[in-house]
Design a protein around this ligand. Structure first.
Ligand SMILES: Nc1ncnc2c1ncn2[C@@H]1O[C@H](COP(=O)(O)OP(=O)(O)OP(=O)(O)O)[C@@H](O)[C@H]1O
Length: 710
């Protein structure tokens, strides 16, 4: 081997070595590039995923935003509807207020006519007293005249007797006889005049003392059967009332209530209202005093009649306290009054929200009130007295009560204890009724369920007044069916042999003066039933009777109007409070909607901000993606270029080798030609899959990061 050949082989070996180095380097680069491209692809696909996720989220936000927008629209519509309803309510309210004004005006007019009537009544009474005086004088004069005539007559008789004995002048005798008969005639006339005067005097004296004459304990049973007896019980001032001023003053004849009105020019105005009743019981009176007036009812029941005793008054006025005392006294008196064989039945129920509940059973409420009342009846044992009181105590504990401003355990129901005494074919019935408090809604300041409760209580009390009014005016139809209370009291309210006693309970505190006046005004109306009866029965004088009948009719009319007014006032109050309640509910709803609107606007604002952030993030991600893509493209181009160069180099080496004479002797052996970039590289490097939009932004001006120097 010559030196030249050896040199060529050496060069060839070097070239081979170099070529192998290049190949190894190229492979290394290729691997590096592949891993980098794979990494970039991975990142790229992650970015694409993230973008897709973000786009999806964006879509969700958009949908939620649209949903919120439609909800806001819906709420807006609802608010508009509510506003229009509110407008209608306001109009109704204005109308009611207008009606209220009208009613108040008519009430004022009625008040004037009431005063006028009272003045006329007073005048009639004064006239009656005056007539009585005049009649007394006439009677006295006539009696003197009769006495004188009697004396004259006696003188004449003596004269006749003297003349007769003298047997004298017959003409003189005839004259004297004529004189005597004239005198006797005159005497007869005077006698008849005196009788008439006496009768008129009797009527006049009855008018002047009529207030005192209505004492039903001395009334005949027939008279008592048709009357409503009204008693007043003033509760003592309690320890809890120590700092409160009182407004009630009373004596045997009447009771007066002072109401402090608003101060005007620094001076307080006090309005005083006076009422007259048969009996007024205060803290100094005992239960025995009160029971004296109830005893006739007990006697009536013991002899097979019917009686009803009602305790009426505002919450905390002492109805339950009074009724408990009356109950135990009455049971005691009944035990003494009834003799012989008899059975006693007791029934304790309450009416709460127009539903009847048996107070001596835990059974669920039955829809049929008659069934409940029948089921509640208990037959008492032979020793019924103590059993009866124990059962009444047990029933009282089960009553529906609530805490109110006026009473810590206020009864919210009407409680009715019915005692039935069956003796042979006669059945005596007595009902003791502890009515629920008669509050005005404006004073009790209630709402919601308690408002409903109070409205129902007032409604049933109005129904009770209507029944008594219908009984008073002797109407054909008595509206017992208007409330559960009157339905259940039907057996003792009204009818032929029934006595009704109303105990008006009054709270003496000044803060309750309004309610006390209402209670006493109601009692005055009830009392007039009795008054009318006595006057009609006793008066004989036609003219006076006619005037009084007229007055009585006017009084009854006035009572009817006042009752209607009272009912209207209660109705207006109920309406006003129902409207207020509805207004406050609508107000609450509007506030709720406004809050919801605000909340939705805030949420939308938040979503809007998030949307902006997401868009920015998306832009940023797109930007990064573009950079990554351009890098990847550049790298791919650089790699292609490097491969191209290697290919050229390979071709050159082959050419050198083929040109050398040694090439024939030395076979290309293990040497493997370099694969062209077109054959292998592109297929081994997976191109990332871009979306069209991304591919469009793919950069084509990349720079070569790799140096493949030969
Ligand atoms: N004559 C009285 N002597 C002493 N305390 C009395 C008298 N009357 C009532 N009270 C007291 O006054 C308070 C209220 O009485 P009560 O519960 O009888 O009133 P009410 O009119 O039945 O009330 P409501 O309608 O709310 O049930 C009670 O604490 C009671 O003890």
């Amino acid at each position: 081997m010559s030196d030249q050949e050896a040199d060529i082989y050496l060069q060839l070996d070097q070239l081979k070595q170099e070529y192998e180095d290049y190949q190894a380097q190229s492979k290394e680069y290729e691997e590096l590039l592949e891993s980098e491209v794979a990494e970039k692809d991975e990142k790229l696909s992650q970015a694409v995923n993230k973008i897709e996720k973000l786009t999806e989220e964006l879509q969700n936000y958009k949908e939620r935003y649209q949903k919120n927008e439609s909800e806001v629209c819906k709420l807006q519509k609802e608010i508009d509807q509510l506003r229009s309803r509110l407008k209608i309510f306001e109009e109704q309210k204005r109308e009611l207020e207008h009606l209220n004004d009208q009613w108040e005006n008519s009430a004022r007019i009625l008040e004037y006519s009431k005063q006028d009537l009272e003045e006329r009544l007073y005048q009639a009474e004064e006239n009656a007293i005056m007539y009585k005086g005049e009649l007394d004088e006439i009677t006295y004069a006539k009696e003197v005249e009769i006495q004188r005539l009697k004396e004259e007559c006696n003188e004449l008789r003596q004269e006749i007797a003297t003349l007769a004995t003298q047997k004298g002048d017959t003409t003189r005798l005839a004259e004297l006889e004529q004189m005597l008969s004239n005198t006797l005639k005159e005497q007869e006339e005077l006698k008849s005049q005196l009788d008439t005067s006496r009768q008129t005097k009797k009527s006049g004296s009855h008018i002047s003392s009529r207030r005192n004459s209505i004492d039903s304990s001395t009334n005949s049973p027939a008279e008592a059967c048709h009357s409503v007896k009204v008693l007043v019980k003033v509760r003592p001032v309690l320890d809890s009332d120590t700092n409160k001023s009182t407004c009630v003053a009373y004596d045997e004849l009447g009771i007066q209530v002072s109401t402090f009105l608003n101060k005007e020019k620094g001076k307080p105005i006090t309005e005083i209202k006076k009422f007259e009743f048969d009996r007024i019981f205060g803290s100094e009176s005992s239960i025995d005093d009160l029971f004296f007036d109830i005893a006739p009812s007990i006697n009536m029941v013991a002899s097979g009649g019917r009686a009803c005793i009602l305790a009426y008054g505002q919450t905390g006025s002492g109805k339950t306290y009074t009724m408990n005392e009356v109950l135990s006294k009455s049971v005691e008196a009944l035990k003494v009054a009834i003799v012989g064989e008899y059975q006693v039945y007791l029934n304790c129920i309450e009416i709460y929200n127009e539903q009847v509940r048996n107070l001596l059973s835990n059974d669920a409420l039955s829809k049929n009130w008659k069934e409940t009342v029948e089921m509640a009846e208990i037959k008492l044992e032979n020793d019924w007295f103590s059993q009866c009181l124990t059962l009444i105590q047990q029933a009282a504990l089960k009553r529906s009560t609530k805490f109110t401003e006026s009473n810590s355990s206020s009864s919210r129901s009407h409680c009715i204890y019915t005692l039935k005494i069956v003796k042979g074919s006669h059945t005596g019935i007595i009902q003791f009724v502890d009515l629920a408090g008669s509050e005005r809604i404006s004073k009790s300041k209630v709402s919601g369920d308690i408002l409903k409760e109070t409205l129902l209580i007032n409604k049933s009390l109005s129904a009770l007044q209507d029944v008594i009014a219908a009984l008073e005016t002797k109407q054909n139809h008595i509206p017992y069916r208007n409330s559960m209370l009157t339905r259940i009291l039907q057996q003792t309210l009204g009818g032929e042999e029934s006595m009704v006693t109303v105990i008006l309970n009054c709270n003496p505190c000044e803060e309750s003066s309004g309610e006390t006046v209402c209670t006493l005004a109601l009692g005055t109306r009830l009392k007039s039933v009795d008054l009318g009866y006595s006057i009609r029965k006793n008066l004989k004088n036609e003219e006076v009777e006619r005037t009084l009948r007229l007055l009585e009719k006017e009084r009854a009319d006035k009572n009817t109007i006042l009752r209607k007014l009272d009912k209207l006032e209660r109705d207006i109050e109920s309406y006003q409070y129902a409207i207020k309640d509805r207004d406050s509910k609508i107000g609450g709803l509007i506030i709720k909607m406004k809050n919801k609107e605000k909340q939705l606007t805030e949420e939308n604002e938040k979503y809007r901000k998030e949307l902006v952030l997401l868009k920015n993030f998306q832009d940023e991600a797109n930007k990064k993606l573009r950079i990554i893509k351009s890098h990847a493209e550049n790298e791919a181009q650089a790699k292609n270029k490097a491969l191209q160069q290697l290919k050229v180099k390979d071709v050159n080496i082959k050419r050198v080798l083929s040109a050398s004479p040694l090439a024939l002797r030395r076979p290309p052996t293990k040497y493997q030609p370099i694969q062209t970039a077109n054959q292998s590289t592109p297929s081994r490097i997976p191109r990332p899959k871009f979306r069209e939009s991304s591919a469009e932004s793919y950069s084509k001006n990349g720079t070569n990061h790799y140096n493949f120097a030969l």
